[in-house]
Design a protein around this ligand. Structure first.
Ligand SMILES: [Zn+2]
Length: 251
């Protein structure tokens, strides 16, 4: 039996519920949703904050890193007094204050394919908030094999990108798209990252995931959105599937 909103929760989420596009059914879908956020950096912090505060009932955070001072400008769940703590634990403490009804699970280790597949299976949707190509390819591969929708985000300097991958609609996957874009050889440590740009992308990842969980998404899976933080322009690109992709062509 899915959970229904308590009176107190209905009061908390009133401004959502009065939106015809959300309504009681949409808010209860969020209450019963399980969301996996991988990476608790500049993307994962704002994404997890909005998922939690918007009423998602079950959130799992994965990251093996600890909070450093240089994280604070953009990793907005952490405070200066939390340096040295595992990011997932520092984030959990802050998120619990935002929405005590949200069940927050934390994993402070890097997962191999089997462990990740087990975890993905238990969730309705996955947000890739990691900052490197190897993790993105692994998450894409595992989510596609498990048939789970994936909202992928990335940001560096003043540039951001978003992609929704949905195996149920046979969309192109991250590997199909990444062959067409230049993989960033530099990390944010070397190239820099403007805090509002990465936050914009993280917020959009949560926005898209919330809409998908309520069954009202407007984004076409496989469509690549890019954001230019110097001009504030968004662009959409329709990306074709690679017929020889070893992740999605045989599914
Ligand atoms: Zn593919």
């Amino acid at each position: 039996m899915p959970d229904t909103l308590s009176y107190a929760q209905a009061v908390t989420f009133n401004r959502h519920i009065v939106l015809p596009r959300v309504d009681l059914a949409g808010q209860e879908a969020l209450l019963n949703a399980r969301v996996l956020v991988i990476g608790m950096g500049g993307l994962g912090c704002p994404a997890a904050q909005l998922l939690c505060s918007s009423g998602v009932g079950d959130l799992t955070l994965v990251d093996d890193d600890t909070v450093e001072r240089s994280n604070l400008p953009r990793q907005i769940l952490f405070s200066a007094g939390q340096t040295g703590q595992f990011k997932v634990h520092a984030a959990r403490d802050r998120l619990h204050q935002l929405n005590p009804d949200c069940c927050i699970n934390t994993i402070n280790e890097r997962l191999d394919d089997d462990a990740l597949a087990t975890l993905v299976k238990r969730h309705d949707i996955v947000l890739d908030c990691t900052d490197n190509s190897a993790s993105r390819q692994q998450i894409n591969r595992v989510c596609y094999s498990q048939g789970k929708p994936l909202v992928s985000g990335a940001a560096i300097r003043f540039e951001g990108q978003l992609l929704v991958i949905d195996p149920a609609s046979h969309s192109p996957c991250y590997q199909c798209v990444s062959r067409l874009i230049t993989e960033q050889p530099l990390s944010c440590v070397e190239a820099g990252i403007f805090a509002p740009v990465v936050a914009t992308i993280g917020i959009q990842q949560a926005h898209i995931a919330l809409l998908m969980l309520m069954g009202t998404s407007v984004l076409t899976p496989g469509e690549l959105l890019t954001y230019d933080g110097q001009t504030l322009n968004w662009q959409r690109f329709s990306v074709p599937s690679d017929p020889f992709c070893d992740v999605c062509s045989n599914q």
